[in-house]
Unconditional design. Structure first.
Ligand SMILES: [Zn+2]
Ligand SMILES: [Zn+2]
Ligand SMILES: [Zn+2]
Ligand SMILES: [Zn+2]
Ligand SMILES: [Zn+2]
Ligand SMILES: [Zn+2]
Ligand SMILES: [Zn+2]
Length: 1754
């Protein structure tokens, strides 16, 4: 196929060889009708280059179009060789000051929180790094694609608009006309070319005929060649399209995926090429298949020449974009051409494109949008002209967009952000084009569905209207851009146009005022939850707009006053029917009366949406802040206000909330509850709840407080309770209906709270005399009074402005202290202690839950400080003049009446129908009033100014009924009431306040009098009181601490405690034995040897091991003949230690695992939680789990965190993931050395005789092969040496249950390790067990080194148990395998060291991991030894094995690990001369044997150093192995890190510390072996390619290095393209932390088939890189991903933290992130200790939703 295509293109090339671009251009220069000539040229060549077959060939198309089409254009344009001409242009170019870098999807962008004009102003990474902002507080996000860098735009930045690179050159004036440097001819030619080509492109892209071309472009010859073109839509899913395509054009699934991907990316793709009939047929199939539920996919059958011209049109636009980069002059000409109107005022080309935008396919739109960005938006003059055109077309473009189904990023309307966010342009468009009004009107026009009063009605929206509603919301975004920075200077025209826009906005708000009204449901529950979300969505979207409107108004007094008037008119208009149908009534109480209407929230319609009155409230506060309000309040338009009208609707809304709290609206369902929730929520409250409260304050400040309160009482439907003459009594009696009483209690509480808020909330500038930041400080203080909080929690609790800023950073340090996080958790802010006194229990933004948490926390704090527990109200700032009269509410008669009533109810507890909360609120109100009085007295110097005399009023007896006790008297009574213990402190505080105020009054009235003795007395009483309290508090604290300590001791690692409990018996025995030996005199220690005939043996009686089963709690002794005890274990494949991740995975069926390669590329790791069970108890447990799982799967299709079918289960005690069990075995009894054991030569001799005998016996046993060839060999029958009995079948020492468990674990290791089906007969079963033992020991040895822990004594006992069981299991597993198979393994293993002519394919020693060899030799030897009765001891054999392997390893190290250049400085004063000499000698022997392939090293010190370092891990591993295998205690020197490690190890392993002695002591034996090793054919091969050699010591693998700054990763990922779909951006770039590969995750394009299933790139990668386990970083999400197998996974906190000590999963907050090395090390440790799978298991158990995720598709 490829060959055929290249033939075609070369044929084409030949055809066009004679073409000369220069000549063509020359011809054009002469032409009289240039457009015609050029069109002729295009008509001739375009169809010959593009679209010649079913498969496009971009390379040759590009080449040819460059040659035949672009080249002549460039020649014509330059008038000379284009490369020369363009270079000249480039020289004269004045580079734009704007960076203009267009962002790729996922590229990092930066915005400065301090300097950016708005959050849409962003920098590219390069500019950012060269800017001043990198030292500021910045925000980092990833781009969604599109948009460009704002570097150089002076309007975008308050400070530092240029980076170093784009700093303008001051010498050249930027005002200069770019055309000044260009010749007139060139200008003319450029004009010609640009206008022809741009027109051509516009014509072609907007062309809608399928079979015809514009005039002048008809091809000379026309064939029956068509394309079936499939277009993108957002309705059909990927799967639908893929399925349909497979049917319609009969392609493979892969091709269909590729088509679908391209359609999604480019917006269209030809899916079939051929004659018309052929394409038409495909079209009808597609349409038929996709039209069932929805509108069909769009398909067109287009003539190939049309498609060809469209392809070239795109190319031409790209070319234009490319060529204007050479010169600002060219750019300007293109802009001019584009915006020029036709001769008869027709639309300009730019207009034409914009207006056809929604008809074009995605690919075309992208290309012309980019051209706009690089031309029109980069030229400051034309940007303005373009902006005007854009604004003029605005309404039409938006309407097209609303109907279009493409996302906004593919729409021309998306360019609004580039234009409207430039303040000067936005201002110009408002004044010149009335943009603000246009946007608002367009928006309102799209929401036509209204009710009779003209209000929005979302309830009856159809799906399509709902869709439209979603899209039209983007207009609000545009409005936000326009308003985002308010003007600093106003012109009259701007005022006019702004107010016109404000009018339009009021029209919008009027449609919202009173929408979605609710009526209380009584009797029946509502049938259907009414729709409420649309209205709230609108409210939320408009929240910032409303705030910005107010900001604009606030910046100009004239505008403010005008807007206020307009708003008032609008409100009056809305409520023209304010009293409609409602009867006027008169309320009287406490000698006051007021006229109002009869209205009950609980019976009539009420709406939560009141944006007009809330806007008025906002403007009122702004007015109150102005100077006019202070100096000439009479000039404000306040006279027209009707306070009762102002408060009416906000009050109804607040009463509604109270009634909902009181449970009166239960039957109205959740929609109302949700609305109330949002009304108070931080996202909405600024323009909802807060403003309603302000409106009440504004209204009340203009009314008689008694009147205000009476109206409030009436709306709360409580008036009748408090107005009756005997209200103090009556309430008690009215207990007819318990529900009603309960409701009324809650309502009274809510109403009292409302009064507190009306009087007490003065922290907005304009209401109280405060600074702007005071409000924020107070908000933070009250959040932190609940509990210490993380930065992100605080941000969530604070309202954000339109720039997504809370302003918190400016004030946080003045109210809070920061505490850094540890390795887990996050940083927290704590309240500064001195701020606690500002705590207000009735803070208006507290929810009830917040309030009780805060109350508890603050009381606790006070107790801890030894203070009383009263939480009195805080001191408040004074009101602004407009609101000053509000304080009088506190001392008005109606309130005093209410307070008295509640107190009276509290005095008579028998009544019962009052609540403590009610009393608490009353006390708080009294406290507020007293503080107010105190404040007034302290701040005023003149007595006459003090209008507030609360103390006097509460001392007077009540009026009605007469002679009731005064409030003060009631309080005094309550002070001693036993049922009010909790409030005692508060009452006491109030009484003290009263005394002190009275004293103050007396003092001011009657000159300074001496302090009364009573006062003194009181003082001392108080002191005593305090001291006593303090002492009690201290005692309580101590007691608490003690209890806490006990508790935490008990709770600490509950599981560990249990584990220890269960293992106690085992440990005790171990401890008792080892204690007696370990700490015996040191002379004994020196003889501590773990291997060989001299090894340590448990003296005296056999050690008994008794353990307890965690399931049945019975004790059991570990004996060969007893019931089996097992450890829960988890076997997993591992590549953690791999030194070669490129090695392809083994083929499980044929892989021979006998020899482990030194690169350790794949291993089987076994871990255990250390929990012991009876094997039969475990079996019963496992069967139960299986049965349960089956039932569960039938019932609901949920998965568990473990895979029962694969033998997985959770440890019944600790829930640790396990997949098998290891049997616990006793020490193998070995007879003590009988007599002298043979030395190495003799022993080798005996062994080889035994082997020969075995070999001939095995051959005889094979009946099939005995036919021909073996006949001759059979003759060489080797008689077995003395004492070796071939016919002896050893007796299996183990009980049947142990044997069963031996098989179980062996099979599991085999199955998991090789990824095969279980087969207990497979000869590889024992090999896998030995391998797993060796691999696990090696991995633990590495871990100890990495953690800098000593070899012994630091492992948790579960690992010791696991290793012990593994080693002993390894030496016993042969008993359940075929004897001759194991013997054969042994023979092959030994032949790697001692050449054996009978064994073929023995590996070269450089290809063998020596530790694995040692372990396998030792463990497999038992199978040979069992037939030996000559007295040869196992111990002797073990010693000889370790000697042999050690020498081989020495050779291996010297051959692979001696550096060619000595970089290390030799340390002087070495004392190991003997070692150095012998190693030199040995090295030279090797050199002689191998010739030149070894480098020259003469330094013995260096050689010895290499050897020691290289072999140490092997020796440490061997020590661990023999310690566990033989149960030998460990030498104390290895329990600590120290210099003596080498010597101790050597002696423990019975090795000379000069290891070379092993060789020289038996040179006669070793010399031939050495020769054999060196002459192995593999040896030379290995040494010739040193890059594949593994050198020793093998370094521990680490996770990859991560950059310090997270944005470096984002940047890296943004330039990463999907490796499968030719340069496409990857949606979810994911980094493998093990090997550093970047993957295209979670995407169709990179799915591959693995074991017959489609899996995502990550899962596929884990099988290559991590044997099924993977650790990834999802770069866009900033999230670590753990994967195991195909079905398991979890997310894990990333190792990146922001400055506040928090991670940012999902990159939502955008704070700069930095690498936290500690946390990264923690992840690395999890990996190194093979705990990833376990971690996933725990995460999934804790969070069931994780189980449902399709991990395999990531
Ligand atoms: Zn930039
Ligand atoms: Zn820059
Ligand atoms: Zn900055
Ligand atoms: Zn048991
Ligand atoms: Zn466990
Ligand atoms: Zn990897
Ligand atoms: Zn991909």
């Amino acid at each position: 196929m490829a060959a055929a295509e290249s033939e075609v293109s070369s044929a084409l090339c030949a055809q066009f060889l004679s073409f000369s671009a220069k000549d063509t251009a020359a011809k054009w220069l002469q032409a009289t009708d240039l457009p015609k000539e050029v069109y002729l040229h295009l008509a001739r060549y375009v169809p010959k280059i593009y679209c010649l077959g079913p498969n496009l060939n971009p390379q040759s198309e590009d080449l040819l179009s460059q040659l035949l089409l672009q080249a002549p254009l460039e020649w014509y344009l330059c008038g000379e060789e284009p490369s020369v001409g363009l270079a000249k242009l480039e020289q004269n170019n004045q580079p734009s000051q704007l960076c203009g870098h267009v962002f790729k999807v996922g590229e990092p962008t930066y915005s400065c929180r301090e300097c950016a004009a708005d959050p849409t102003c962003v920098l590219c990474m390069q500019c950012f790094l060269g800017s001043v902002h990198k030292e500021h507080r910045y925000r980092m996000t990833t781009s969604g694609g599109g948009g460009f860098c704002d570097c150089g735009d002076t309007e975008a930045w308050k400070k530092g608009p240029y980076c170093q690179k784009h700093e303008p050159n001051i010498s050249d004036s930027s005002q200069e006309d770019p055309l000044a440097n260009m010749s007139a001819e060139m200008i003319a030619r450029t004009y010609n070319v640009f206008s022809i080509i741009l027109k051509y492109a516009v014509d072609m892209l907007t062309w809608d005929k399928e079979d015809e071309l514009p005039q002048g472009l008809e091809p000379p010859e026309r064939g029956d060649t068509y394309y079936c073109m499939l277009f993108n839509d957002e309705v059909h899913t990927y799967e639908q399209v893929i399925y349909t395509l497979q049917k319609a054009v009969s392609c493979t699934q892969k091709e269909a995926v590729s088509f679908a991907t391209t359609v999604d990316r480019d917006g269209r793709k030809s899916v079939r090429y051929g004659d018309f009939q052929f394409c038409e047929q495909a079209k009808s199939v597609i349409v038929r298949n996709t039209s069932r539920q929805t509108k069909p996919l769009r398909v067109q059958v287009m003539h190939s020449s049309v498609v060809a011209h469209q392809c070239f049109a795109l190319k031409a636009l790209t070319w234009l974009g490319h060529i204007i980069r050479y010169s600002d002059a060219l750019r300007r000409i293109l802009c001019q051409v584009g915006l020029q109107k036709g001769p008869e005022g027709e639309n300009s080309l730019v207009d034409t494109l914009m207006l056809c935008d929604s008809k074009m396919w995605k690919g075309a739109r992208n290309i012309y949008h980019q051209l706009f960005m690089s031309s029109l938006l980069m030229d400051l003059k034309y940007k303005k002209l373009f902006a005007i055109q854009f604004a003029r077309n605005y309404e039409r473009l938006q309407s097209d967009y609303v109907k279009d189904d493409h996302d906004r990023e593919f729409s021309i309307t998306d360019l609004s952000v580039q234009i409207f966010t430039v303040p000067s342009l936005a201002r110009m468009l408002i004044t010149e084009e009335n943009l603000m009004t246009t946007i608002i009107r367009t928006f309102v026009d799209h929401l036509r569905h209204r009710d009779l009063q003209g209000r929005f009605q979302f309830e009856r929206y159809t799906a399509q209207q709902a869709f439209k509603f979603r899209r039209v919301q983007s207009l609000i975004g545009d409005l936000k851009y326009v308003l985002i920075s308010y003007p600093t200077e106003w012109t009259d025209k701007l005022r006019d146009k702004y107010l016109e826009g404000f009018d339009a906005f009021l029209e919008l708000l009027k449609c919202m005022q009173g929408m979605d009204p609710v009526v209380r449901q009584v009797g029946q529950h509502i049938e259907m939850e009414p729709e409420w979300e649309a209205a709230f969505t609108l409210q939320m979207k408009l929240t910032h707009i409303i705030s910005m409107m107010q900001e604009w108004c606030a910046s100009d007094e004239r505008v403010l006053i005008e807007a206020y008037k307009k708003c008032l008119t609008a409100l009056t208009h809305c409520h023209s029917g304010f009293t409609d149908g409602e009867q006027p009534i008169t309320l009287s109480m406490c000698g006051h009366s007021v006229d109002t209407i009869r209205y009950c929230v609980s019976q009539e319609k009420v709406s939560i949406h009141l944006p007009v009155s809330r806007l008025l409230a906002g403007l009122h506060v702004l007015l109150s802040k102005t100077e006019v309000a202070y100096r000439f309040p009479e000039q404000l338009p306040l006279s027209e206000l009707s306070p009762p009208m102002l408060i009416e609707h906000p009050l109804r809304c607040l009463v509604l909330c109270a009634q909902v709290h009181a449970g009166m609206w239960r039957r109205n369902g959740f929609s109302l509850v949700n609305q109330i929730y949002y009304y108070h929520n931080v996202k909405c409250r600024v323009e909802m709840f807060d403003k309603d409260l302000i409106m009440l304050q504004a209204g009340a400040s203009m009314m008689d407080p008694n009147h205000f309160l009476m109206i409030v009482l009436s709306r709360f439907e409580l008036f009748h309770i408090f107005s009756s003459a005997d209200c103090r009594k009556r309430y008690n009696r009215e207990n007819a209906n318990k529900d009603v009483v309960q409701q009324n209690s809650t309502l009274i509480e809510e109403m009292l709270h409302l009064i507190m808020m009306v009087v007490g909330e003065r922290f907005s500038a304009g209401i109280g005399q405060v600074e702007n930041c005071d409000e924020l400080k107070r908000e933070i203080i009250h959040q932190l009074c609940i509990r210490p909080m993380a930065h992100s929690e605080l941000v969530k609790a604070l309202p954000e402005n339109e720039n997504k800023e809370t302003g918190m950073e400016r004030v946080i340090d003045s109210v809070a202290l920061f505490k850094k996080p540890g390795v887990t958790g996050r940083g927290l802010y704590e309240l500064r202690p001195e701020c606690a006194k500002q705590f207000n229990l009735y803070f208006h933004h507290y929810s009830r839950a917040d309030q009780s948490k805060a109350e508890e926390a603050q009381r606790k704090l006070k107790r801890q400080n030894g203070e009383d527990s009263a939480l009195p109200p805080p001191v408040l700032p004074p009101f602004c003049p407009l609101f000053a009269s509000l304080v009088n509410i506190l001392q008005c008669d109606v309130l005093l009446g209410m307070l008295g009533a509640v107190l009276q109810w509290a005095v008579e507890p028998s009544g019962g129908h009052w609540s403590e909360s009610m009393l608490q609120r009353v006390l708080h109100l009294i406290g507020m009033a007293l503080l107010e009085e105190q404040q007034q007295m302290e701040s005023s110097c003149d007595d006459n100014e003090i209008t507030f005399n609360f103390t006097l009023k509460i001392s007077r007896p009540g009026e009605a009924p007469s002679n009731t006790p005064s409030i003060l008297a009631l309080l005094e009574t309550l002070q001693n009431a036993p049922h009010l213990e909790v409030h005692k402190d508060m009452i006491r505080w109030i009484l003290k306040m009263v005394v002190s105020i009275k004293t103050m009054r007396e003092r001011t009235a009657a000159a300074p009098s001496s302090e009364g003795s009573g006062h003194c007395q009181e003082e001392t009483v108080r002191d005593k009181d305090k001291a006593e309290r303090k002492r009690k508090a201290e005692m309580a604290r101590l007691r608490r601490e003690k209890i806490m300590a006990q508790m935490s001791e008990m709770q600490r690692h509950f599981i560990n405690e249990n584990k220890e409990l269960f293992q106690q018996s085992l440990e005790e025995l171990d401890a008792s034995t080892s204690a007696s030996q370990d700490h015996s005199p040191s002379s004994w220690d020196s003889a501590l040897v773990c291997v060989g005939p001299r090894r340590w043996r448990a003296g005296g009686g056999e050690r008994r091991q008794v353990v307890t089963c965690i399931l049945c709690q019975e004790e059991q002794e570990i004996r060969p003949d007893s019931r089996a005890m097992v450890l829960a274990a988890f076997v997993q494949r591992s590549t953690v230690m791999s030194k070669n991740r490129r090695r392809p995975p083994h083929i499980p069926e044929s892989y021979d695992p006998l020899f482990m390669h030194p690169d350790l590329s794949f291993g089987a790791h076994t871990g255990s939680c250390g929990h012991i069970m009876h094997s039969h108890c475990w079996q019963r447990y496992f069967e139960a789990v299986q049965a349960k799982e089956q039932r569960r799967q039938q019932r609901l299709r949920v998965h568990t965190s473990y895979d029962v079918e694969n033998g997985e289960f959770l440890c019944p005690l600790c829930e640790c993931l396990s997949n098998t069990v290891i049997p616990l075995l006793p020490l193998t009894k070995t007879s003590c050395c009988i007599g002298e054991q043979p030395g190495l030569p003799l022993w080798l001799n005996t062994i080889s005789q035994q082997i020969k005998a075995l070999q001939s016996a095995h051959r005889k046993a094979k009946p099939t092969n005995a036919a021909t060839t073996d006949e001759t060999k059979a003759v060489e029958d080797y008689p077995p040496p003395e004492g070796f009995r071939l016919d002896h079948t050893p007796m299996n020492p183990y009980s049947s249950s142990i044997k069963e468990m031996l098989t179980t674990f062996g099979t599991a290791t085999y199955k998991v390790g090789l990824k095969v089906h279980p087969n207990e007969q497979d000869p590889r079963v024992p090999i896998m067990c030995w391998g797993s033992c060796a691999y696990t020991i090696q991995s633990i040895e590495r871990l100890l080194v990495d953690e800098e822990k000593p070899l012994f004594g630091s492992l948790p006992c579960r690992q010791d148990d696991c290793l012990r069981s593994l080693a002993r299991f390894g030496s016993a597993c042969w008993t359940v395998s075929c004897l001759s198979t194991v013997q054969n393994h042994f023979i092959r293993l030994l032949s790697a060291l001692v050449p054996d002519s009978q064994v073929e394919n023995s590996p070269c020693i450089l290809d063998v991991d020596m530790f694995h060899l040692l372990v396998s030799l030792v463990l497999s030897y038992s199978a040979v030894h069992c037939q030996d009765s000559s007295g040869l001891s196992v111990d002797a054999a073990q010693l000889h094995f370790i000697h042999l392997v050690t020498v081989a390893h020495l050779v291996q190290i010297l051959l692979t690990s001696v550096p060619a250049e000595l970089t290390m400085e030799q340390e002087s004063g070495g004392v190991e001369h003997e070692e150095e000499e012998s190693v030199c000698l040995f090295y030279n022997t090797l050199k002689t044997l191998l010739g030149s392939s070894l480098c020259d090293v003469s330094s013995g010190w260096h050689l010895w150093h290499c050897v020691k370092a290289g072999i140490l891990p092997f020796l440490r591993g061997a020590a661990l192995f023999f310690h566990h295998l033989n149960g030998v205690p460990t030498p104390p020197d290895l329990h600590a890190l120290g210099a003596s490690e080498w010597e101790t190890l050597c002696s423990y392993l019975c090795l000379p510390s000069n290891l070379l002695q092993l060789y020289y002591n038996h040179q006669d034996v070793f010399e031939p072996l050495l020769q054999g090793w060196c002459s192995h054919p593999g040896m030379r091969l290995c040494l010739q390619s040193p890059e594949i050699l593994i050198s020793f010591p093998r370094e521990s693998n680490r996770l990859i290095e991560l950059p310090e700054d997270y944005s470096a990763l984002i940047n890296q990922a943004s330039s990463f393209t999907c490796p499968k779909s030719g340069g496409d951006k990857s949606r979810a770039p994911t980094l493998c932390l093990v090997c550093g590969t970047m993957l295209c995750s979670q995407s169709y394009c990179c799915q591959t088939e693995l074991e017959g299933e489609d899996v995502g790139a990550c899962t596929a990668h884990t099988f290559v890189c991590g044997a099924g386990v993977g650790i990834f970083l999802r770069v866009r999400e900033c999230q670590v991903l753990f994967l195991a197998g195909k079905t398991k996974g979890c997310f894990y906190a990333p190792p990146y933290l922001d400055d506040y000590g928090e991670t940012d999963q999902g990159l939502r907050r955008g704070n700069p992130l930095h690498l936290c090395r500690e946390r990264y090390r923690k992840i690395q440790k999890l990996w190194r200790q093979h705990s990833i799978t376990e971690e996933i298991g725990h995460a999934q158990e804790a969070n069931q939703t994780l189980v449902g995720i399709d991990w395999q598709h990531l």
